[in-house]
Every structure is written in C-alpha cells, then in structure tokens.
Design a binder for this molecule. Structure first.
Ligand code: 3PG
Length: 305
C-alpha cells in the first residue's frame, strides 16, 4: 500500500520523519510530493496512491479520477473545504480531517495578529493594550476555544457566538456566550473569526455585520478568505478609517486592500496559522495513524463524507 503526502506547503522535516515511522512500521510505503507548482504533478503522483495526506491542497474530481487505487484522503488539519466530498463519495473514497491537532498554533497566531494590530504594526507610535478589551470569538470550535484560553491570560473580556455550540459549553470556560453574531460584533473591540467556509458562511462577513463595531475595531481572520465579502469590507474600511483588518488568508483583492489601507491591513504572504513544528507533528502523525487504522482495521473515526 502506498501513502502519498501531497503538500504544496510542506510539513516540517521532523513531522515527515514521524509520518514515515507510522507508515513504514505498518508495512506501507511513503511517497512525498512537496512544493508542487502544477496540478499535473499532483495528478501524476496520485496515480498509484492508496491513501493521501494533504493540507489545503485541492482534491477535486480530476484528482479523484486520476487516483485509481485511492481509498482514503486525510486532510491533516481542520477545514476540508478543499476536498470535493460529493466526488470523493462517488469514487468510494473516505475523507477525514484531524480536528484539534493544529488549533493551538492557529490560536497563537491569531493573538499575534491582534498584538501587531493594536501596536500599530510596530511602527514606533503609541498603540493600545489587549488587557481589558472585549474580544469576540466567532465560532467556538477547537481554535476558538484556544483563542479564549490565551486571551483570558492577556486579561481580555472574552465573548463568543457559535450557532451550533451550546451556551453552557462556552460559559463553563469563563467566556460569555451571546445569542447572535450581530450582538457579538456590536460590542467587540477585536473580532476573531473561526467559522468554516460553507455554503451558509461564504461572503457572510459583510458591511452590515461590521458597521456597528466599536471605534478602532480590529477584524482578525485566521479562518478562510471566502467567508469575507471583500467588496463590502473595502467599502466599510473606506468609510471607517479607524478599522483594521488582519488576515492569515490573503484576500482575492489583496492588491486593492494594500493600496487603499496600507497602514491598517495585513495579510500573511502564505497561510501561516498551522505552520509550526508542533502542529505539523500533531496533524501529520494523526493523519498517518488514521490512515493505518482505516486500511488495517476499517476504522472510520473522523470520516467527514
Ligand atoms: C486548517 O484548516 O487546518 C488550517 O486552516 C490550516 O491549514 P494548512 O494546513 O493549509 O496550513
């Protein structure tokens, strides 16, 4: 059995060593396709793969068609919006993610972006502190929960809204659970986005959501670019010269944001949230173990299709 690690953005070497150990000690073969630049390279590499480990790499019908022996795809990470689930199911391919394995890394980056924003991009001018400010966490999953934990250490007042997580689960962490996203955005000095990109959430962060945020508000996006209505955010930031946008997921309109809002907009050149040795090890090894468990024992825990 051949397991392919196909990552446009490679794991740390130490994580690859750990993945290799899991795969080879199960008697399987490991193949690597890292930093590929053309889809054709991926289509070629998947031809004889029984299993694939990916990150944000696109697995669509073309990839599934090319992968004639494929049985399982594991997205080493949380969001699986990069995998065509319906096509995978039609090809009889199991899709899994590795929830929680990289969430502390993403949460730490979110806090780093908050500090960078309130300290005016370290430009030498007086900024403000996080202590005492209201933080609104939009969606209380694994990353949101870690953001809350760290933010409380900074002395922030932490609020959250999650359409699916019961309020008592949120409140037992010492976080105030609100009834709507609108309510959350109205009171938060800083908003941290942790919603997945789904049909319901795409483009959902729009002018109306953001227009009543307090003066000097900061929006931090370590989730997905698709959840933002970019035209409406540009309109809002043009009207609200106090508003800052910090994102780890570069907008399609990056050039325009840079041109218009140079001193209050930041985008990572490449998504960096989960890019730590620890997160790579945790997510990569979890993915390898899930593949071994599936191929050897039919274990379908973490299946998402
Ligand atoms: C995730 O969904 O797990 C994060 O967005 C990290 O994605 P990455 O593995 O592409 O860095």
């Amino acid at each position: 059995m051949k397991v392919l690690v196909a990552t446009d953005k490679p794991f740390a070497k130490v994580a690859i060593d750990g993945i290799r150990k899991e795969i080879e000690s199960a008697g399987f073969e490991l193949a690597l396709l890292e930093k590929y630049t053309e889809k054709a390279q991926l289509l070629d590499a998947v031809k004889d793969a029984d299993a694939i480990i990916i990150r944000s790499d696109i697995v669509d019908a073309a990839v599934l068609d090319a992968a004639k022996q494929l049985k399982i795809v594991v997205r080493a990470g949380a969001g699986y919006d990069n995998v065509d689930l319906a096509a995978a199911t039609a090809h009889n391919v199991c899709v899994m993610n590795t929830p929680g394995q990289n969430s502390n890394a993403v949460a730490e980056l979110a806090l780093g972006m908050m500090i960078y924003a309130v300290r005016n991009f370290f430009n030498g001018t007086s900024g403000t502190e996080l202590m005492g400010k209201k933080l609104g966490i939009h969606a209380y999953g694994n990353v949101g929960r870690n953001v809350a934990r760290i933010a409380k250490g900074f002395g922030m007042e932490v609020y959250a809204y999650d359409a699916f997580c019961p309020k008592d689960v949120i409140e037992k962490d010492g976080v105030k659970a609100l009834d709507s996203a609108e309510e959350l955005y109205k009171i938060s000095n800083i908003i941290s986005l942790h919603i997945p990109a789904t049909a319901e959430t795409k483009q959902s962060i729009n002018y109306d959501m953001l227009k009543d945020t307090p003066k000097g508000a900061v929006l931090v996006n370590t989730a997905r670019k698709e959840v933002i209505n970019e035209d409406e955010l540009i309109r809002l930031m043009s009207e609200r010269t106090d508003f800052k946008y910090m994102t780890d997921v570069m907008p399609a309109a990056h050039a325009k944001f840079t041109e218009l809002f140079e001193d209050r907009y930041f985008a990572s050149p490449k998504k960096m949230g989960a890019q730590t040795a620890e997160a790579n090890i945790n997510a990569g090894i979890a993915a390898a173990r899930q593949i071994v468990g599936f191929l050897k024992e039919g274990n379908t825990q973490f299946k998402v299709n």
